[in-house]
Design a binder for this molecule. Structure first.
Ligand code: AMP
Length: 504
């Protein structure tokens, strides 16, 4: 089934329901939204003569046209390649070329930068600026009917953040995305027509995927006028629109909570903040729950199994008198309904309960493989499982605690040290605002622990004493380095690779 059928279904049943808003301004109801998708699809098929399976790249900041270009592409049976709008032109060129995109849609704010060249004879035939006269004209194309796609056909190529080497194109099928959508309802949240989903994080990534459950329920899609995350703007949107949900990286949750605290703002317009994509430390989620109430759900996923490995639902976050509450809010929750998880040693055999190993996943949300990269596919998908590269352990109730990426584990004197554990401890110290722990090569120990800290300067001896109160002596950092801020990638993830470079 073509995932764009979700839009057709809502537009048929509820044509007049509000669909797309820019800030609080309504731009399209469901009939208009689907009509525009059908015309964009018609343009791609009939004017550009593209055929099902061809790729369409999007290099667009979050903007009202984003959703209609996504759905227009699927409507025509084609494949979307959403590229992070903050990437360098070289990285954009790589994705467009690697995916063999036939058409590139860009948002007006990005149209001045160096762009790949479109030629009639080349793979890239056309570059179209959203909202331009050309765009308006193509919306005049007579619409086509929705193209049938088998669920196993490709829908979305998602380029990994690629902290080393070239990014890889994760192939997500219609089945993967439909499974993720079903899991949203069973494991993350309910959705009603009166709800809003705000796109405060890049739509090229997980935030964009949360459109599906909201299209299915004919709810409202809100593109903030800032095009991104602005805590004050979101609070205003939440109070004027009500029932506002969003996907937020943990750093965004922190900023929203800071704002609400400082401005004494009313959080009641927010319905759900789904957080994930990076570690949420226990201290941070505790504070978020205290400030905003029970409005949070955590998800753990990766491009290779988008938004859909585990979830930590609001009921568990609310159960403060549960004897394992602290452990549970520090976990990423339990497997989502339509995937299985195994904690395995490097031989692929399941490890006993509570032991730390690599997290393997299988189920209908797992990617079909990497685009035109069988070697990388074979490395990541084998023995019937997705090898996530994340380390974790599972308790007897199925709660998964994430340690770190396997490559970030520090081996010192033969013992494994998980940076996350030390980061959690350091964050309990009031002077530490943000922290990231990495290993430095050491002739005696193999590696030693180094903590990079953004916050108020304090003595190493004080931090040492603090660590010794909470963790074994051998795990405590050998050095604490104070930095103005931690290096982050375009999705707000701390770049440990950059920190390691600082160690020489
Ligand atoms: P990406 O493929 O860019 O979405 O990155 C996925 C990676 O982010 C995962 O493999 C994890 O290492 C990390 N990640 C995702 N969700 C969480 C979470 N809830 N807690 C901690 N790390 C996470």
């Amino acid at each position: 089934m073509n995932i764009a059928r979700l839009l057709l279904r809502s537009a048929t049943a509820f044509p007049a329901r509000p669909a797309i808003l820019h800030g609080t301004r309504l731009l399209a109801d469901y009939a208009t939204f689907a009509g525009r998708a059908a015309r964009i699809g018609a343009y791609l098929r009939n004017t550009l003569r593209l055929v099902p399976g061809d790729r369409i790249a999007l290099f667009m900041s979050n903007c009202p046209e984003y959703l209609e270009v996504l759905y227009g592409t699927w409507w025509a049976g084609l494949v979307v390649v959403p590229v992070n709008a903050k990437l360098h032109p070289r990285e954009l060129a790589y994705a467009v070329e690697d995916a063999g995109a036939a058409c590139l849609f860009i948002s007006p704010d990005l149209s001045a930068g160096p762009l790949p060249t479109a030629t009639a004879g080349g793979a890239l035939k056309r570059i179209i600026v959203a909202g331009s006269a050309e765009y308006t004209a193509l919306l005049g194309t007579p619409p086509i009917a929705l193209t049938h796609r088998d669920s196993n056909e490709l829908a979305w190529i998602f380029y990994t953040s690629g902290t080393t080497g070239h990014p890889k194109g994760v192939m997500q099928t219609h089945r993967n995305l439909l499974t993720m959508t079903a899991c949203y309802f069973s494991d993350v949240d309910t959705v009603e027509a009166a709800d809003c989903i705000a796109y405060a994080a890049p739509m090229s990534h997980g935030a964009g995927m949360y459109n599906f459950p909201h299209v299915l329920k004919a709810a409202r899609h809100v593109i903030p006028e800032s095009g991104g995350f602005d805590a004050a703007e979101l609070c205003t949107l939440a109070s004027s629109l009500g029932r506002l949900s969003l996907f937020a990286a943990p750093t965004m949750v922190r900023r929203a909570v800071d704002h609400i605290d400082a401005a004494d703002a009313d959080p009641s317009g927010f319905k759900t903040l789904v957080y994930g994509g990076g570690p949420m430390y226990v201290e941070d989620i505790r504070r978020a729950l205290d400030t905003m109430g029970n409005r949070f759900v955590q998800i753990y996923g990766q491009g290779e199994c988008p938004m859909c490995i585990t979830s930590l639902p609001r009921e568990v976050l609310a159960e403060r008198d549960h004897p394992q509450w602290l452990e549970r809010i520090g976990s990423v929750g339990t497997a989502q309904s339509l995937v299985e998880i195994k904690i395995a040693g490097s031989d692929g055999f399941a490890l006993p309960e509570g032991q730390t190993g690599e997290i393997l996943v299988r189920g209908d949300a797992v990617m079909a493989g990497y685009w035109r990269n069988p070697t990388a596919t074979e490395k990541t998908l084998h023995d019937g499982w997705l090898w996530t590269g994340d380390m974790g352990s599972m308790d007897s109730a199925g709660f998964l605690t994430l340690k770190d990426r396997s490559k970030d584990v520090i081996i010192s004197g033969g013992s494994n040290i998980y940076p996350r554990e030390i980061e959690e401890v350091l964050l309990l110290h009031p002077a530490v605002h943000e922290v990231s722990v990495v290993g430095r090569k050491d002739p005696e120990w193999g590696e030693v622990v180094i903590a990079f800290i953004a916050g108020d300067r304090v003595d190493a001896a004080e931090l040492d004493a603090h660590c010794l109160e909470h963790i074994a002596r051998f795990k405590r950092p050998k050095e604490y380095r104070f930095v103005g801020s931690l290096p982050k990638n375009n999705y707000g993830k701390v770049l440990k690779t950059e920190l390691r470079k600082l160690l020489g």
